[in-house]
Structures are given as C-alpha cells and as structure tokens.
Design a binder for this molecule. Structure first.
Ligand SMILES: C[S@@+](CC[C@H](N)C(=O)[O-])C[C@H]1O[C@@H](n2cnc3c(N)ncnc32)[C@H](O)[C@@H]1O
Length: 214
C-alpha cells in the first residue's frame, strides 16, 4: 500500500481528560482514526504500549477493532480501563517487560511514547530512577521496548510512532533519534508529517514514523 507522507488533520481532543489530570499528554483522536482507517479493518487487534489516557484504545473500540495496551501509571490505567469494553486487555505495568505479559499477536500498533529532552537527566521511562538517567539510556530503552513490540506483532504488521522534536536551549531531534533507535529493530517505512488544520501557533504540525515488523 502506498502512503502519502504529508497529511492535514484537525487538531481535536474529543474526550475530556479525567479531572485529576493537569498534564497535557493526549494525542488528537483524528490522528488515530486516520491511521486505523488507512491500515486496519474491523476485528483487528490494535496495540498501544504507552496507553496514557487511552486515545488509541477508545478510538479502536469505537471503530470495531480490539484494543490492547499497557500503561505504567496506576491512576491513568484505572481511569482508562474503567471506560473500556475490553478492559481486561489493558495491563498496568512496564513496557520494558511487555514480552512477559502474554499478549496475543497484534495486527497494528499505534502509540505516542513519553518524549525526553536531550539535556534532561530524568528518564520518563524509568520514573526518574537515577541508575537509568540520561538521553542515551532512554533511547536504548525505547529500542528494547520496540524490539519486544516487534515480538507481539504479526509479520509485516505496521507500527506507527507519534513523535515530535523538542525545541529549547538544547534542541532535541527526537524524530531523527527515534527513527534511528527504533529503525535498528523494526523496518522504517515512512515518516509522515501531519499539519494541524486548526493549529495552535506553537504546535503547527507533528510527525508519525511508520515501521514494519519484517
Ligand atoms: C504521551 S503519553 C501517551 C498518551 C496517549 N497517546 C493518549 O492520547 O492519552 C505516554 C504514556 O506512557 C506512559 N509510560 C511511561 N513509561 C512507561 C513504561 N515504561 N511502560 C508503560 N507505560 C509507560 C506514561 O505514564 C504516559 O501515560
């Protein structure tokens, strides 16, 4: 299937985050709907190893797909599972150990991992564990997670990773760095730039890396 590498979608957060969430982690539902429509069919198993506030899982259910996922944060896990029909398919745990969780083979994966600025020591994948600090460790852990994602995907299945570069005093080229780290274990097929139709001035576009489990 050929894929355009530039698309335009509305920036729309359709479900309110739970009242106890002050942080801004959700990705827009039209983004998930676009890729599920493009790459999946009803009944397909859809995986999100960084489920967050459940956008991938909710949209998958709404479109007649079967969602599976992992979320590290207990409060987010409970809030999402509490609203899923397939709540038993969501695990509360660490994606670094996902190979041990006994997931069935998946047809498609779409996810938005935690983004780490290069200048930080705090590694969002290890909840601040000082023994796992630093950007290089974060990239190695992302590679380890996506190796295990490959292990639960069907052969040739697609894995879409939503990612942004992070501006700042030290610019973080995360799109490039994740393409390389994950591209060593999954085959990079495309980088899609998504322009937001009703963009906020500081967030005009985003990126989706499309990998194949060869
Ligand atoms: C950017 S958010 C995902 C947001 C989600 N796409 C949504 O729309 O709600 C990343 C999530 O990954 C979770 N996370 C961080 N480290 C993790 C790990 N090692 N295993 C599983 N989940 C993890 C965080 O708690 C966070 O909720």
């Amino acid at each position: 299937m050929s894929v355009n590498n530039f698309i335009t979608l509305p920036y729309k957060l359709e479900r309110d985050p739970p009242p106890f969430e002050a942080n801004d982690i959700k990705y827009p539902e039209p983004l998930v709907r676009h890729f599920l429509k493009e790459f999946t069919k009803r009944g397909d198993k859809i995986f999100d190893p960084f489920a967050g506030l459940g956008t991938t899982l909710f949209v998958a259910e709404e479109m007649g797909r079967i969602p599976f996922g992992i979320e590290y944060d207990e409060r987010r896990f409970e809030w999402v599972a509490g609203q899923m029909r397939h709540w038993g398919n969501l695990a509360c745990g660490d994606s670094l150990k996902l190979a041990k969780l006994g997931f069935p083979k998946m047809d498609f994966c779409m996810t938005s991992p935690p983004f780490m600025p290069k200048g930080d020591k705090w590694n969002p994948l290890s909840a601040g564990n000082p023994a796992k600090a630093g950007y290089a460790t974060y990239l190695k852990q992302m590679q380890k997670i996506f190796t295990q994602v490959g292990g639960v995907m069907k052969k040739n299945a697609r894995i879409v990773v939503h990612v942004d570069n992070i501006p700042g005093r030290i610019y973080t080229p995360l799109v490039r760095d994740l393409s390389i780290a994950v591209g060593d274990v999954l085959s990079l097929e495309n980088e899609i730039v998504v322009a937001w139709k009703n963009a906020k001035p500081d967030y005009p576009h985003t990126h989706c890396l499309v990998f194949r489990n060869r």
